[in-house]
Design a protein around this ligand. Sequence first.
Ligand SMILES: *[C@@H]1O[C@H](CO)[C@@H](O)[C@H](O)[C@H]1NC(C)=O
Ligand SMILES: *[C@@H]1O[C@H](CO)[C@@H](O)[C@H](O)[C@H]1NC(C)=O
Ligand SMILES: *[C@@H]1O[C@H](CO)[C@@H](O)[C@H](O)[C@H]1NC(C)=O
Ligand SMILES: *[C@@H]1O[C@H](CO)[C@@H](O)[C@H](O)[C@H]1NC(C)=O
Ligand SMILES: *[C@@H]1O[C@H](CO)[C@@H](O)[C@H](O)[C@H]1NC(C)=O
Ligand SMILES: *[C@@H]1O[C@H](CO)[C@@H](O)[C@H](O)[C@H]1NC(C)=O
Ligand SMILES: *[C@@H]1O[C@H](CO)[C@@H](O)[C@H](O)[C@H]1NC(C)=O
Ligand SMILES: *[C@@H]1O[C@H](CO)[C@@H](O)[C@H](O)[C@H]1NC(C)=O
Ligand SMILES: *[C@@H]1O[C@H](CO)[C@@H](O)[C@H](O)[C@H]1NC(C)=O
Ligand SMILES: *[C@@H]1O[C@H](CO)[C@@H](O)[C@H](O)[C@H]1NC(C)=O
Ligand SMILES: *[C@@H]1O[C@H](CO)[C@@H](O)[C@H](O)[C@H]1NC(C)=O
Ligand SMILES: *[C@@H]1O[C@H](CO)[C@@H](O)[C@H](O)[C@H]1NC(C)=O
Length: 339
Amino acid sequence: MVSSKLFALSALLGLMTALPVRSAQFQVTVGGPGGITQFSPTTVNANPGDVVTFVFQQKNHTATQSTFANPCSPAPGGFDSGFVPVSENNTSGPFQEAQFQVTDTNPVWVYCRQTGHCQLGMVFAINPGDKFAAFQAAAMGNTTSNTSSSTTSPSASSAAPSTSSTSASSTSQDHRIIVGGSTLTFQPSNISAQPGDTITFEFHQKNHTITQSSFAAPCQRLSSTSTSGQVGFDSGFMPVSQNATTFPTFTVQVNDTSPIWAYCRQVSHCGEGMVFAANANESTANTFEAFEARAQEINGTSSNSTGSSATGKNGAGAVRLGGTGIAVGLAALLLGLTL
Ligand SMILES: *[C@@H]1O[C@H](CO)[C@@H](O)[C@H](O)[C@H]1NC(C)=O
Ligand SMILES: *[C@@H]1O[C@H](CO)[C@@H](O)[C@H](O)[C@H]1NC(C)=O
Ligand SMILES: *[C@@H]1O[C@H](CO)[C@@H](O)[C@H](O)[C@H]1NC(C)=O
Ligand SMILES: *[C@@H]1O[C@H](CO)[C@@H](O)[C@H](O)[C@H]1NC(C)=O
Ligand SMILES: *[C@@H]1O[C@H](CO)[C@@H](O)[C@H](O)[C@H]1NC(C)=O
Ligand SMILES: *[C@@H]1O[C@H](CO)[C@@H](O)[C@H](O)[C@H]1NC(C)=O
Ligand SMILES: *[C@@H]1O[C@H](CO)[C@@H](O)[C@H](O)[C@H]1NC(C)=O
Ligand SMILES: *[C@@H]1O[C@H](CO)[C@@H](O)[C@H](O)[C@H]1NC(C)=O
Ligand SMILES: *[C@@H]1O[C@H](CO)[C@@H](O)[C@H](O)[C@H]1NC(C)=O
Ligand SMILES: *[C@@H]1O[C@H](CO)[C@@H](O)[C@H](O)[C@H]1NC(C)=O
Ligand SMILES: *[C@@H]1O[C@H](CO)[C@@H](O)[C@H](O)[C@H]1NC(C)=O
Ligand SMILES: *[C@@H]1O[C@H](CO)[C@@H](O)[C@H](O)[C@H]1NC(C)=O
């Protein structure tokens, strides 16, 4: 009866065995006109195999997996749509979408990582049971990272990175940085991190590195310029194909409060400003802006920006974005699944 249409379509798609016929679709609107900072609805109860589709409206949000314990911090290895900017006056769409396939009945906690949004209560959950209110309250009562200026020592030129973390009082946090994708950037490119924190770089299209350098020589490996024998981290090249569905990561341990300078050593990328900093001290001359400008000055010859662009087609293609099965594409591409 009802299922004859489903059956026909499934057969047509050749997905009869792969696609659970009973799987449900949930549509969740992210943001919207007038600067509204909410997911709507705020919760869904879903079964394994169901698909939650986030529809990104105005203005510039993410759907990012977190944890109940830390509502406003990315869950290590969790999914993240990345920022999806939509102009306030774009009321017609088509709006970009991201899909998350539910794999079990455990709660999945989600927030928007745009600055301040989580603290405004912009959170969402799949199968929260009766814990959603507590989750949202925690999001609103806690800032993302407890960055009280606890450490007084700048130790900017500490030449001896400690082997173990000089642990701070607050609980450590993982900072997730998206590398490449539709732009030649680290996103975010300028963070502050506490000793004991980790920074996880998630590599998107096309072929990038995260390589430690120095403020003096933004686009050269620390190992080649350090006078004190520092080696510095280097992820190596991480090629990611246009149709990739999983993204390799590289994690860096934050050992102290001194600035960490880094870049992508793919040909010409650094000169185009593809640099990253943690704990740049904005009250010194060595700001993030100065570092980026230096990279562009020293290594940027604006005539050289050909072939190696990492420009993906996140807007129009069906580029999958998340660590664990979140896809971003346009509404039209989902036709095959919409019943
Ligand atoms: C969206 O927000 C992110 C994070 O705040 C920002 O880096 C990015 O530039 C914004 N995009 C637009 C188009 O405003
Ligand atoms: C949309 O808004 C932007 C600024 O947010 C403005 O520059 C642009 O002209 C507007 N476009 C239309 C069609 O109103
Ligand atoms: C509205 O935003 C969507 C998603 O970013 C985009 O694809 C579409 O072209 C925009 N429409 C207009 C009229 O700007
Ligand atoms: C902060 O969040 C934690 C759980 O993540 C919660 O136990 C605590 O009460 C919250 N603090 C405030 C001030 O809401
Ligand atoms: C943040 O850290 C300070 C001092 O380390 C502590 O007093 C405060 O309770 C912490 N706040 C949260 C929300 O954990
Ligand atoms: C930043 O630099 C100023 C001036 O040198 C210094 O007083 C301050 O302690 C530094 N902050 C950090 C977090 O290192
Ligand atoms: C922190 O220390 C570890 C172990 O010595 C090292 O591998 C890592 O590169 C250090 N992190 C930074 C940012 O220097
Ligand atoms: C870089 O981060 C610092 C704080 O960590 C902030 O004060 C500064 O405005 C940021 N600069 C840019 C260009 O985002
Ligand atoms: C940047 O320029 C320096 C000095 O010319 C050079 O040694 C280095 O290889 C360049 N780095 C990149 C990534 O092009
Ligand atoms: C990635 O880039 C490096 C350096 O340009 C190059 O040697 C390597 O072959 C590239 N890998 C792929 C798969 O394109
Ligand atoms: C991705 O596309 C390349 C060709 O561009 C193809 O060789 C590869 O098999 C594809 N991978 C997947 C997982 O579809
Ligand atoms: C720009 O191209 C010239 C000639 O191809 C080359 O010598 C130079 O090293 C390039 N500069 C950068 C920053 O790639």
